[in-house]
Design a protein. Structure first.
Length: 288
């Protein structure tokens, strides 16, 4: 009967006298860390400096790496013209969520910003625009009270100054640590945009990878003109959740910007290297 009993553990014998294995690191040159990055699309190892010089686009397959808020602003706004709003606004812990403030501090140190969006006024080829740029490096661009407040104030400043506003979205959705308070930001930002629209002013959204959840369900899809980067993931719920709900298999490119363009959800897909000139042309055509 002992043959049918499952052993609780196994003993593994290690040959301590084995000398054939060598330390692999002895055969690798001393290369400083951070010089190489791997493309998640084609899996090719790339020289980081070449990718950065190429607008953070893979030099092998053309896939897009995500930009930080500061990198995005640098690529869009004329040098030396950006004036940031509410730079030091930071989150509280309204629900006393355990470990939330430690998480905030950790992400502030990692990303170099106070929360998941940077807002301000700048010039794009000489034309004024209020700009808000979300950053996936800060808690995956999740929308909490600070993100909602900074975007709302940016919209209100644009309305009072009679300026256009451009919002670059990149978010995993509402911030769970703030519960219902994070969901309230959807209504608050949308109301501010309604007042901006009633004043006859232009609002442009640029959807970047990924734009999901409550951000998609509010200000991301309310633009007068909606642009997107190539292959950006845009949606509300995830593919698996939708498939389980409707009991149907979704198309392969479902929730990609190309699929949304084909079905009329967005107006145009714009390559990263063309984004500044396209935004500048839109501002000119609308009288800014």
């Amino acid at each position: 009967m002992g043959l049918f009993k499952k052993k609780k553990y196994f003993t593994i014998t290690i040959n301590e006298n084995k000398t054939e294995e060598k330390n692999i690191s002895e055969n690798i040159p001393n290369i400083p860390s951070g010089m190489w990055i791997k493309c998640t699309s084609c899996s090719k190892i790339l020289y980081k400096k070449e990718v950065e010089d190429n607008n953070k686009i893979c030099t092998n397959c053309g896939a897009y790496f995500r930009l930080s808020a500061k990198e995005r602003i640098s690529s869009i706004v004329d040098e030396g013209t950006f004036e940031e709003f509410n730079e030091n606004m930071t989150a509280k812990n309204p629900l006393n969520y355990p470990g939330y403030m430690d998480k905030i501090a950790e992400n502030q140190e990692k990303s170099g910003i106070r929360d998941a969006v940077v807002t301000g006024l700048g010039k794009i080829n000489g034309r004024n625009a209020v700009i808000a740029v979300m950053d996936s490096n800060f808690m995956m661009g999740s929308m909490g009270s600070v993100v909602g407040e900074k975007i709302t104030q940016a919209i209100e400043i644009a309305t009072s100054r009679k300026e256009s506003i451009i919002i670059f979205t990149c978010s995993g959705g509402a911030r769970m640590q703030e519960g219902i308070i994070s969901l309230m930001q959807m209504a608050k930002t949308s109301a501010a945009l309604k007042r901006h629209s009633e004043a006859g002013l232009l609002y442009i959204t640029v959807l970047t990878d990924p734009t999901t959840g409550g951000v998609t369900a509010s200000f991301a899809m309310l633009g007068d003109i909606i642009l997107a980067e190539p292959k950006a993931l845009v949606g509300f719920a995830g593919r698996r959740v939708i498939e389980q709900t409707i009991k149907q298999q979704l198309p392969e490119e479902f929730q990609k910007s190309e699929f949304l363009l084909e079905h009329g959800f967005i107006d145009r897909i714009v390559k990263r290297e063309e984004m500044k000139s396209v935004l500048s042309d839109l501002l000119m055509l609308h009288g800014y």
